[in-house]
Design a protein around this ligand. Structure first.
Ligand SMILES: *[C@@H]1O[C@H](CO)[C@@H](O)[C@H](O)[C@H]1NC(C)=O
Ligand SMILES: *[C@@H]1O[C@H](CO)[C@@H](O)[C@H](O)[C@H]1NC(C)=O
Length: 227
């Protein structure tokens, strides 16, 4: 956490085009941090990523409308790091963890993660790459700790390097979600956020979303201008 705080600074953040989300009230900024916007195909609404818990507490990722539920949380990937962090305040950061959540009762109500949820059809076992992974927030790094978060332009990706896929026994070579995430109802009826490493497979009962940050692009552009 110390290294993350070392480059925390007081700055006025340049407004991105779009609606005012009110987060400029926050006094401390880490370069590149931004709200994470959630885009669903065909959706015109303004959705963002939030925690299911009050600020600073462990929780799961939730997709909500930007203007509901108070100040939107800010996220960033520290330079030289592949860990996505949720910024709470100058003294509190949460790890964005990818948890291998194969337990049906924890996941979509009535939609077990590993079978076809249509009762008329034979259950279809999922491959390890198709098994949903849930996005959660915690003070500790948990879940698949060998995974890597990165920005591809504005698009957020989660990947396993070849060493990690080998260690986890999920095939060989790099595995990537290619920026594909899923919004699925969790056991509490919330819009939870999930992913898997086979982006061609949408778990039953879920819809495809992508996650975006514009600060990540602005930072890249600044870096190029400075070169
Ligand atoms: C930062 O947030 C945490 C969790 O909400 C809180 O306990 C702490 O007092 C806050 N620190 C500051 C400096 O505001
Ligand atoms: C998630 O857990 C399942 C069941 O234990 C396993 O088959 C799969 O390989 C795991 N996926 C990852 C990415 O670790």
């Amino acid at each position: 956490m110390k290294s993350a705080l070392a480059f925390a600074l007081i700055a006025s953040v340049s407004a991105f085009p779009g609606m005012d989300l009110g987060f400029r009230d926050t006094a401390v900024f880490v370069p590149g941090q931004d709200v994470i916007r959630v885009q669903a195909t065909g959706s015109m609404d303004n959705f963002i990523l939030r925690s299911s818990s009050p600020a600073g507490l462990d929780g799961t990722a939730m997709v909500t409308q930007a203007d509901i539920g108070g100040t939107p949380p800010l996220f960033y990937i520290a330079p030289g790091s592949s860990q996505l962090m949720l910024f709470v305040n100058a003294t509190t950061l949460l790890h964005v963890n990818v948890v291998n959540n194969t337990s049906p009762e924890k996941w979509t109500r009535g939609h077990p993660a590993h079978v076809n949820y249509d009762p008329e059809m034979q259950p279809i076992p999922l491959s390890p790459l198709q098994i949903p992974l849930q996005i959660a927030f915690s003070r500790k790094a948990e879940g698949i700790r060998t995974g890597e978060w990165s920005w591809l332009g504005t698009l957020l990706r989660f990947e396993l390097p070849p060493s990690a896929t080998k260690a986890l026994g999920v095939g060989s070579g790099r595995q990537s979600n290619q920026g594909v995430f899923f919004q699925c109802l969790d056991a509490e009826g919330r819009n939870g956020l999930f992913t898997n490493l086979d982006p061609s497979f949408t778990p039953p009962g879920c819809s495809v979303v992508t996650l975006h940050s514009y600060a990540a692009v602005q930072k890249e552009q600044r870096r190029h201008r400075e070169l």
